[in-house]
Ligand binder design. Structure first.
Ligand SMILES: Cc1cc2nc3c(=O)[nH]c(=O)nc-3n(C[C@H](O)[C@H](O)[C@H](O)COP(=O)(O)OP(=O)(O)OC[C@H]3O[C@@H](n4cnc5c(N)ncnc54)[C@H](O)[C@@H]3O)c2cc1C
Length: 338
């Protein structure tokens, strides 16, 4: 395992904001991971994990950044279902494509999300009416306190909207090394999300193949997200805000067409894209090299050469404008590391 120093991170995160890590290494198995942790301890520096870098804003990180490159998928047939254990360094979308090819139901609506399998449980990735928590059976973690691998059940992961135990102080010392998914051999695609319903018109969900659903999701995503080879982006930069019913009613009185969705955990989830576009007129708003994508204002774009500080300052300005005009706080979906 090679430790590099003063590693430029521009090419390692999809936002492509300029930043560096004091130390950087790529690990291919658990014993290298353990070696890397010992190095960080000996040097007295913090460590952080990097997957595909598609949900991170990295400035100057004075610690060890570890890129996980653990690979492999183990499939086991359980009759009506299939359990598959996937190593954390596998690409998320390559895994989804493989499940669709094998005719397995469960992750097709999550097609096209960039990043690695190991990062999927961290923020409980979701899209088009699906969340990864619904198909996660267990998560194997390297516990940096106990220096051993242990398995968390789905309920121990404490999944919620774009969150999990891994985002809490309790889960910060846990590194995901593999995720086990429970997928079904039969099912009916979920096309209830409006972009998918519109695309399929009058066709009934049961007549659709998994391949058709995957292709439709990928087509919808192409319309919403900028291409990664042309723009620096981390997808949706902010979370959709969840507010109390009282706050929602106050906002709905002022903005009757504000899209809102009651959520099972309690509260109402608001469409931040609508707020940024219709209430604040910020779709396409740009300052220097940073802006909101003209087709989807939740998506922040680095048009080239922006530093992490510039991205952060722009994001703070957006949050401030939402606070002033709407009276609510918004949170980043993207993780900041500096
Ligand atoms: C164009 C675009 C579209 C997107 N669309 C969506 C979407 O529809 N839905 C959605 O939910 N997200 C979306 N995202 C965000 C992103 O793809 C997901 O959050 C993805 O899971 C991040 O994976 P990654 O491997 O790139 O993680 P990274 O960005 O490398 O890391 C993200 C966080 O997870 C931690 N982490 C990563 N791997 C591990 C591990 N093995 N163990 C412990 N911690 C780890 C990192 O330390 C960091 O804090 C999008 C991003 C882009 C660029």
């Amino acid at each position: 395992m090679k430790i590099e120093e003063h590693k430029s991170l521009e090419a390692l995160t999809t936002l492509r904001a300029c930043g560096t890590a004091r130390y950087f290494c790529i690990v291919g198995n658990v014993s290298e991971l353990s070696e890397a942790l010992q190095f960080a301890r000996a040097e007295g520096v913090p460590l952080h994990i990097l997957g595909g870098g598609s949900n991170m804003l990295v400035g100057e990180f004075d610690g060890l950044l570890i890129k996980l490159n653990l690979c492999g998928m183990e499939w086991s047939d359980r009759g009506e279902t299939v359990l598959v254990k996937v190593a954390s360094g596998e690409g998320w979308d390559a895994f989804v494509e493989e499940t669709v090819t094998r005719g397995l139901y469960g992750v097709e609506n999550l097609s096209g999300i960039p990043g690695t399998v190991g990062a999927a449980p961290i923020q409980n990735i979701g899209a088009y009416g699906a969340e990864v928590k619904d198909v996660i059976h267990a998560v194997d973690v390297f516990d940096t306190g106990e220096m051993r691998v242990r398995t968390l059940t789905r309920s121990e992961c404490r999944f919620g909207y774009r969150t999990s135990i891994f985002k809490t102080s309790e889960g910060k010392g846990l590194i995901v090394v593999a995720v086990t998914f429970l997928l079904a051999k039969t099912g009916t695609p979920n096309i209830s999300y409006k972009d998918l319903t519109r695309r399929f018109g009058t066709r009934s969900p049961s007549s659709l193949s998994l391949g058709e659903v995957r292709r439709a999701v990928l087509a919808v995503r192409r319309e919403k997200f900028p291409p990664l080879d042309g723009y620096g982006t981390a997808g949706s930069f902010f979370k959709n805000p969840i507010v109390t019913r009282e706050v929602y009613e106050r906002l709905a009185a002022a903005h009757p067409t504000l899209p809102a969705f009651p959520i099972p955990e309690g509260g109402v989830k608001l469409s931040l894209a609508w707020i940024l576009d219709k209430a604040l007129g910020l779709k396409g708003f740009r300052k220097g090299a940073v802006g909101l994508y003209e087709k989807q204002p939740l998506v922040l774009v680095n048009f080239g050469g922006a530093t992490a500080a510039e991205v952060e300052s722009f994001a703070k300005e957006i949050a401030e404008r939402v606070r002033e005009k709407i009276g609510i706080e918004i949170e980043w979906e993207v993780e900041k590391l500096s």
